[in-house]
Design a protein around this ligand. Structure first.
Ligand code: SF4
Length: 425
């Protein structure tokens, strides 16, 4: 996936201001034209374009389904509550929703002792483990724009999956000159925002683990048996820069990527002894950062936590969705995918509740209660955490659709669950 700079013409459509909910950069500088279908006006970001293709210009409507057969909302809520009530250990997964949706899901998890994991949980855990083990030193999009004179993209070209990253971080008018080094990745020099900076590509020294370890060792002044001229030059450049930003992409790392994340923090720490440096993690898509932040502020623990009746349990590996399903450690799944029909639930024969985009194929599955939900930023208002952590952006709908939000549906299921438990007492 690559992005090219849009070239607006005099007859280009004009649109309304809009905040894009389809990746954690949460671009809020582009506008959206409504007809004939929602279209970005001043960016041709392929990620947003693909996501918008799943929405029409008019309000969405869809029907709930039980085992593939149409059902009214009330019956579907009752069937979902019955599945959770019968479950000894439910899993809430996917979790692609906004702040209000995640808050309501957490309350529902409290009511039935569910385990919480996100669809991108493996990638999220890389950065979460680094934070837990060593602490992290991250920067913001604005800080990169205003201060960074050296950006080192480690193992990612950034623009493939985050097409507007370089435009969002392009040097401000009074910012220092910028040099961008791609380590183990090919630069997409046509990416918007990359035009005004000098770009360099160097290879990995073996794999990404070896490369960050070598960089960390050389920056710390350790003598090495062999030398790598390209890495040595990068070390000299980093030590001489006024503000280095190391960009990495959590979803591109293999298993045990937390080791890379931790070593990047070591690099940043070393640089901060003599100059200034920070890291920037590209990740947290499909509401991943939002789900993790909300879970953490409500429980004190990140995702992959079980809100069990006996107390909270955080298991970063054991509570991975794939692990739990493979070991039959859960007996029901509630899957949430409010942004796209492409984030499908895992294949499972367990009872499944899906709160999702109306286009999800799971709507017609057997053994499934499907309740269509509104997409924040398209059919309803909402809030999402941006990639740089502490920034929460409000989302405005482009139309008010007829579908309930995840928060509404989770609240309805929780009420039904509480009512059935009250009746059983
Ligand atoms: S880069 Fe991300 S937030 Fe920005 S327009 Fe593309 S998909 Fe949307």
């Amino acid at each position: 996936m690559t992005a090219k700079t849009a070239s607006p013409t005099s007859d280009a459509p004009t649109g309304r201001p809009w905040t894009c909910p389809f990746c954690p950069l949460s671009c809020d500088g582009f506008s959206l034209a409504d007809a004939p279908r929602p279209t970005l006006v001043d960016s041709d970001c392929p990620r947003a374009t693909a996501a918008l293709s799943h929405f029409a210009a008019v309000l969405a409507s869809a029907t709930a389904r039980i085992d593939g057969r149409a059902a009214d909302h009330r019956s579907a809520v009752a069937a979902a509550a019955a599945i959770l009530a019968a479950s000894r250990q439910p899993l809430f997964a996917g979790l692609a929703t906004d702040v209000a949706g995640m808050r309501a899901l957490y309350r529902l998890a409290n009511g039935c002792g569910a385990i919480l994991d996100h669809a991108n949980g493996d990638a999220l855990m890389h950065s979460t483990r680094a934070l837990q083990d060593r602490g992290v030193f991250y920067t913001t999009l604005a800080e990169i724009r205003n201060r960074a004179d050296l950006v080192v993209c480690l193992g990612t070209n950034a623009s493939d999956h985050y097409p507007e990253f370089f435009r969002r971080t392009a040097p401000a008018a009074d910012a220092p000159e910028r040099h961008v080094v791609f380590v183990g990745a090919n630069a997409d020099t046509a990416a918007p925002g990359l035009g005004g900076v000098t770009v360099e590509e160097i290879g990995l020294a073996g794999n990404v683990f070896d490369t960050v370890a070598l960089l960390a060792a050389r920056l710390a002044g350790r003598r090495m048996a062999s030398s790598d001229p390209a890495l040595d030059a990068l070390v000299a450049r980093m030590l001489g820069a006024r503000y280095t930003v190391v960009v990495w992409e959590s979803g591109s790392l293999p298993a045990h990527g937390a080791l890379v994340a931790e070593t990047i923090q070591r690099i940043v720490n070393t640089l901060n002894r003599t100059t200034r440096a920070a890291a920037f993690c590209l990740g947290g898509g499909d509401g991943g950062y939002t789900a993790n932040q909300v879970t953490t502020w409500l429980s004190g623990l990140p995702l992959r936590t079980g809100v069990h009746k006996r107390g909270l349990v955080h298991e970063p590996q054991r509570y991975a969705t794939a692990q739990l399903l493979a070991h039959r450690a859960v007996d029901a799944v509630l899957w949430v995918s409010a942004f796209t029909p492409e984030l499908a639930p895992p294949a499972t024969d367990l009872p499944l509740v899906v709160l999702g985009h109306p286009g999800l194929e799971a709507a017609t599955r057997a053994n499934t209660v499907f309740i269509p939900v509104s997409t924040p930023g398209i059919g309803s208002a909402g809030h999402l955490f941006r990639a740089d952590g502490g920034v929460v952006l409000p989302l405005a709908p482009i139309y008010e659709d007829t579908l309930p939000g995840v928060a509404d549906v989770a609240g309805d299921i929780a009420s039904r669950l509480a009512a059935s438990e009250g009746g059983a007492r």
